[in-house]
Design a protein around this ligand. Structure first.
Ligand SMILES: [Zn+2]
Ligand SMILES: [Zn+2]
Length: 236
């Protein structure tokens, strides 16, 4: 993503990226950046699961200049200046990653499973054997305050804090219900590490907060519930 791309709010995909989008079944729209959008699954970024991007040909000023294919909307907001973007397709499914992202094998595997001939998947999987290689990597993450985790767990009274939760909880070896403490507005999106932004929720609800199709709505529901139960603690 170049400075110019960012200021024009338009990413210019490389030829190979354009080819991948076309191979996935989309042609650049002639209607400019406000036309229909394409969906790209984001790999290796826990903050962003999908991008809705426009994909269009932009007529440039000057005679005999070929139109330039551009992408807009989420992709421009997601990428920072200097980010190298990777775009590819497996069948009709499009994905995007930043070149320095560590793509989770589980995510990549799910994509392969969805878009490859099932017999080929099994044949490929059966050929793999032995112990995996090891690797070392450095991790850049947030230092979370343990009191926030403890406070959210205590406030939850052992129940998933998402009021609409219908999942059966399982019990840890120590007899407590298994809950995970999630940040309602994720730290990576600028959220605070505070009791009022933390929620103890079950693993299913937790994954859904991050990856569910209704995650924006679910986030609102959780935010409202947490605000109410935190206020109740203060007045108690
Ligand atoms: Zn979370
Ligand atoms: Zn739940």
């Amino acid at each position: 993503m170049s400075k110019t791309d960012k200021s024009k709010a338009a990413y210019v995909p490389a030829e190979g990226q354009k080819a991948a989008i076309i191979a996935a079944g989309h042609l650049p729209s002639a209607g400019g950046g406000s036309g229909e959008t394409i969906k790209l699954e984001v790999l290796g970024d826990i903050k962003t699961a999908f991008l809705e991007a426009s994909f269009y040909d932009s007529q440039r000023k000057g005679a005999n200049r070929a139109p330039e294919t551009r992408m807009g909307r989420d992709i421009v907001r997601w990428a920072k200046v200097g980010d190298e973007i990777v775009i590819g397709n497996i069948g009709s499914k499009l994905f995007a990653a930043k070149a320095d992202a560590t793509v989770d094998t589980a995510v990549f595997g799910r994509l392969l499973a969805a878009e490859t001939d099932p017999r080929k998947v099994i044949a490929k999987a059966m050929k793999v054997s032995g112990k995996p290689k090891r690797r070392q990597r450095t991790v850049d993450d947030f230092v979370r305050n343990p009191w926030v985790v403890a406070g959210a767990l205590q406030r939850s009274e052992g129940k998933c804090e998402l009021p609409t939760c219908k999942h059966q909880l399982f019990v840890r070896e120590d007899g407590t219900n298994y809950l995970e403490v999630h940040h309602v507005l994720p730290l990576g999106e600028g959220g605070d590490d505070s009791l009022s932004n933390a929620a103890a929720i079950c693993p299913s609800c937790h994954r859904e907060q991050h990856f569910g199709e209704n995650r924006q709505q679910l986030r609102q529901t959780l935010a409202t519930a947490v605000a109410a139960s935190t206020a109740a603690l203060v007045t108690a």
